[in-house]
Design a protein around this ligand. Sequence first.
Ligand code: KG4
Ligand code: ZN
Length: 366
Amino acid sequence: MILLSLFSCLYYNITMKNIKNKLFSKEPVTIGPESGYDNYIMAIESSCDETACSIVKNGREVIANVVASQIKTHAQFGGVIPEIAAREHLDSINIIIEEAFKQAKENAGITPNDITAFAGTVGPGLVGCLLVGLNAAKTLALTYDKPFIGVNHLNAHLCGNYLDTDLKPPFMALLVSGGHTQIIDVKSYSEQTILGETIDDAVGEAYDKVARLIGLPYPGGPKLDKLAQEGNPFAFKLPESRVDGYNFSFSGLKTAVLRLVKSFDGKEMPVADICASFQETVSSTLLHKLKKALQENNYKQVVIAGGVAANSEIRKKIFALENEGYKVFAPPMKYCTDNAAMVASCAYFNTNTFDDVNVEVFSRVK
Ligand code: KG4
Ligand code: ZN
């Protein structure tokens, strides 16, 4: 009897987790790879300073993709101002949704009624910003009587690797964004274990802080990357963090760059060499930890994701693992930084993350 109820519980978990209800009529809809029909998921992303809307077929084929960036607005303040960001999301949201529907019609003949489910980023992110996109996604789901799926932004970054590829778990992932640095063991589409993460600054945060130190305008990461390509990566020896296991620390490196900058005492600095040396240290640290995780867990597939996955040296070092027999995946640049195609893919493959229309936004990983 106990065995029977255990078995039915397991069966329920495996089969029912991909079933969502239409919001008004409560009719059940199966979503995901096992649904047996083409799924079109429209997703909205608004966790920080990009308002984005996409429609993705079966988790991999992008048929509409619109991103409105707020970089110009925030550049004058040297960083993202949450209240201004939320207001800009409000200004852009209807326009980008309309544009996404227009692209879907032109590219694939898809109309709003053909959408299988609507998805939105739930967190982590800026609360005021998240609320704009999430409420738009919920409203669309109610209007068209379709299921709603809330998506975790970090899971979505990983799913950016499913777009236009045939990547399937298991794989080891390095997630490097403005707020997070994690090594994740991805066992299946819905089963992930964080093996290690930063104990202080995230990689993107370290890039942005160092960029500010040497006087580069916001957004610092990509600008620092560009300058680094003109410098000597071995000009200055900076400390690689020594944290146990798969964890990272970048605050010591940031302080070392601060000391280096101060040592020039107002004299002209070799900015490109400083950038290149910083980039060399960060990329080597990431590579060493990732390789350790790959070897100790016997993985042959590796994935990088998040805004910092756009970095030239990090990509170069990790793609060099292909010479050692690893299969490496990284999203194209447009799917590294925040976008909604990755959110739609996540809603398709990872449908058991959040699934209720009453779900609330959250700012930090719980
Ligand atoms: O994933 P993302 O778009 O937003 C978050 O979810 O945080 O990542 C943004 C971060 C910023 O810190 C930005 O400076 C960094 O990614 N970034 C880069 C590069 N492109 C974006 N950092 C280093 N090199 C790049 N090429
Ligand atoms: Zn992001």
